[in-house]
Write a protein that binds this ligand. Structure first.
Ligand code: APR
Length: 251
């Protein structure tokens, strides 16, 4: 028998017409990918100033690539977990309109989600920072694998960078405007696995609340929006979300 909170969230989803999900790194932790600010987060091991900013990347791409090479296997071997699969099922059931994700791992798409808005880019492509020419991730991985920690553009010899948004960079215009549009139009935003501290994405729940729409947070830790949310279910997304789907099927 689902507990009261699970039932309450399932009822909210059932009553809502336009449900949007916003995910962060926490939903991929059960797939083996560390988050950033949780107890074993990446920013506990590496300094975001040293490896997370565009200036640190440009001033010392070697360092960035060496760290990327260390965590790359975790990324490329990761599989969707029951949390990703539950969200894909909600979309298939017609209960979720879109998934806005801060994650770059592509696990929502791998789980079968269709309408995924990647506001922080993805690790599937790379681009030359000078002439913007697109390069495959395979090209970059093979260059770094050969010990070339500054993969060059095959067109202009510029530096090639993976298409993920680093601190100090603009977010992909189309993705973030779509995310804003969805936050302005949904009647329920479900946040999963995000500390909600990085803007502009962290502004989305406030946009939803300011319109009197509903919010649900599924997260292991408290967030700045927890006190305003209709529900904050503490715990693992991979455990909670399948229970929400099951409860929804019972309604
Ligand atoms: N289930 C639910 N929540 C979890 C789980 C889990 N299995 N594992 C971790 N969490 C929670 C953590 O408690 C934490 O509050 O997920 C949250 C992850 O927060 P962050 O690590 O800050 O990740 P995120 O919010 O996605 O960070 C936003 O910051 O560094 C940048 O670009 C990076 O996209 C990232 C952005």
């Amino acid at each position: 028998m689902p507990n009261e909170e699970i039932l309450g969230v399932a009822k909210l989803i059932n009553e809502s017409k336009r449900v949007v999900v916003l995910t962060g790194a926490g939903i991929s932790v059960e797939s083996g990918i560390p988050d950033f600010r949780g107890p074993d987060g990446l920013w506990k091991r590496f300094s975001p100033d040293k490896v997370g900013t565009i200036t640190s990347f440009l001033s010392n791409p070697e360092d960035w690539w060496k760290i990327a090479q260390e965590i790359a296997p975790v990324f490329f071997n990761a599989e969707p977990n029951p949390g990703h699969i539950a969200i894909a099922e909600l979309e298939k059931m017609g209960k979720v309109e879109a998934i806005i994700t801060q994650n770059i791992d592509g696990l929502h798409q791998k789980a079968g989600s269709k309408n995924v808005i990647e506001v922080h880019g993805n690790v599937r492509n790379a681009s030359c920072i000078q002439c913007k020419k697109k390069h495959s991730i395979e090209y970059v991985v093979s260059e770094v694998g050969k010990g070339n920690f500054t993969p060059q553009c095959t067109e202009c010899d510029g530096i090639v960078k993976i298409d993920v948004v680093m601190f100090g960079e603009m977010l992909p215009e189309e993705a973030i405007s779509e995310a804003y549009r969805l936050a302005q139009e949904c009647d329920l935003l479900i946040v999963v696995g995000s500390s909600l501290v990085v803007y502009p994405v962290a502004a989305l729940p406030g946009m939803v609340l300011n319109r009197g729409a509903k919010t649900v947070i599924i997260n292991e830790e408290k967030t700045g929006y927890t006190k305003y949310a209709d529900y904050h279910i503490y715990g693992k997304a991979g455990k909670i979300l399948p229970q929400v789907v099951e409860a929804l099927k019972e309604i």
